[in-house]
Design a protein. Structure first.
Lengths: 130, 130, 130, 130, 130, 130
């Protein structure tokens, strides 16, 4: 169905990205997302460059970033992304209790988002300071 | 447009929730979301009870929970919720640098969610361990 | 900003649709949605024809149909559609108590949708009978 | 993949919720959604409490509430929820003709929501009465 | 699971639509979408009539229209629609390079949509000319 | 409300991006989206770099890319993005008739996406060739 570019078949420019993914993540495999993007090497390079920059430790720690990724992926219902970023969060130390609370917040936010829309709630002036 | 139940007009069962909101949050005002829900006291009580339980400190800290709330609200494009939970996160200590990284992760997740869908990427067996 | 085709400026093919809208709804005015679509008469005619067929009384009564429309519009956060179909539902008899319950169901469904995604719940075989 | 808590393995606090689900619904089984939530008993109890309150007969009848649930679930594309709430609606008497009309309204609402956004239609003052 | 109305079992009003689909598309088969809609012939006829009108060559060529369809379907994460309209676009001449660029635009638009929401960017007056 | 970094106040790294935007687009102004991103220069540089690469002429022409951007933005209901990319498409030659057809396709795709979900249509094997 979906054509994946395996490491053994990867042209040099793709192989270089795969190698950087493995080195950056200190792992020995490349997940399917990258093997699918590799059908268009410019996209592979661009997206990996974005992920590497955005997901690096910074003002937010890597686990928090993975949980934010999960929040977006569940809200958008992207099965692949839910699976991959939940695994990523667990690999960074997320406990079962943290995952349960993450899902509870995601669920409730989706509920109150619609209540705010449905009741057409005007934004409080205090919230607009910045 | 939207009818809001001000504290001065609140019947006792609504006033009791407003008082609990202020006590729990250690603040002296109630934001418009609750004043809109108060049109239906059973909904006001139910949603406040959910928020109080879900947003309490637990396995995740309150700031992380607020940022997850912002991630969902931006993905769903709920203006009120973006304003209120961004303010909530700032009140809990979120810096400008953290907000910028939060938005960068949210944006990128929304992008890769669609690339995963569009390329129909099969879930790696390693991600399905749990 | 948005160019609206007022009744007084409407060419005959647009005027004919406006007249059918007013006759079908037994009202004396046309709301802005149609005046915006009228910029492209083929779209105006096509969408009105769809609305007239789909929203007519049938196996479901008109009020139920309006509330379903509100449920979709709130989930998608379409301000215009929330305002117009909430007004439509009220015109067909929806009470404040019904609106409050409608919003409660919409909110909760948006929450459990994400919990089902996040927990990756397998569909029970009993649900797949038809 | 997803760990489900079967009734035979359920700790007492989970078993109590399962029993209440079966008693309230007058059925002899518990569907997978609850067995997945049971991994975090506090979430199981909280969500069941919400569902029990919101989906009870009130100003809206239970079948209408199930159809609203289907409308949200289809708009969000939650496969599990579409399957479970469509089955729930059929169990409450929804006919094939009603389901077809429900889907027709959902589809059309999703279409006109985008036309309203795309044409940036200003809200008619008459719709803002309440 | 989903009941499909095969051509051999189709009543005359359904068969007439199937024949028009095949004639219009100059093909010898009908895809499952129509066989599912055929459970409610009025919906089958209505949706086919809409598709036939909207997807016909006009101010936009058919390939551009298929790519727009793919953009919406990926954003909404409709697996069936992604598969069918991607196939439709390829049948109309879309190359692998075009598909890769299409997906790149879709992904980036989904990202910047959220950045615009999250930063609450005010619309430039110059954009509101029409 | 939203803090925008005007050209006159821009630090050198921001000014450099603004200058590249103006040179690339052969225009003399910078729209608000970039002035909001400029609060976090790393994000400004990263997103501009992505836009410059993805929106450049390639296998798809710039007008087609702008229309795809509009399709995503309307589906997500991002007001800013609808305004800016509709203006962008008009600046690249989009006619009123093309805009009307673009919106018609977007609307219909949003409708049939939900019908495909609601009827749970199985993907035709012929669509899975690639």
């Amino acid at each position: 169905m979906t054509r994946l570019i395996e490491e053994s078949d990867a042209p040099p420019e793709v192989k270089a990205v795969y190698d950087d993914i493995k080195a950056t993540r200190q792992t020995d495999w490349v997940n399917n997302f990258w093997k699918a993007l590799a059908r268009h090497p410019a996209t592979l390079k661009r997206i990996w460059s974005n992920i590497k920059e955005v997901m690096a430790p910074g003002a937010l720690d890597p686990l928090t970033k993975e949980m934010i990724y999960v929040a977006v992926s569940i809200t958008n219902n992207c099965s692949y992304c839910i699976a991959s970023h939940s695994a990523g969060a667990r690999a960074k130390g997320m406990t079962d209790a943290q995952y349960a609370e993450l899902l509870a917040v995601i669920g409730l936010a989706n509920e109150t988002n619609r209540l705010a829309n449905g009741y057409n709630v005007p934004i409080d002036p205090k919230f607009l300071a910045d």
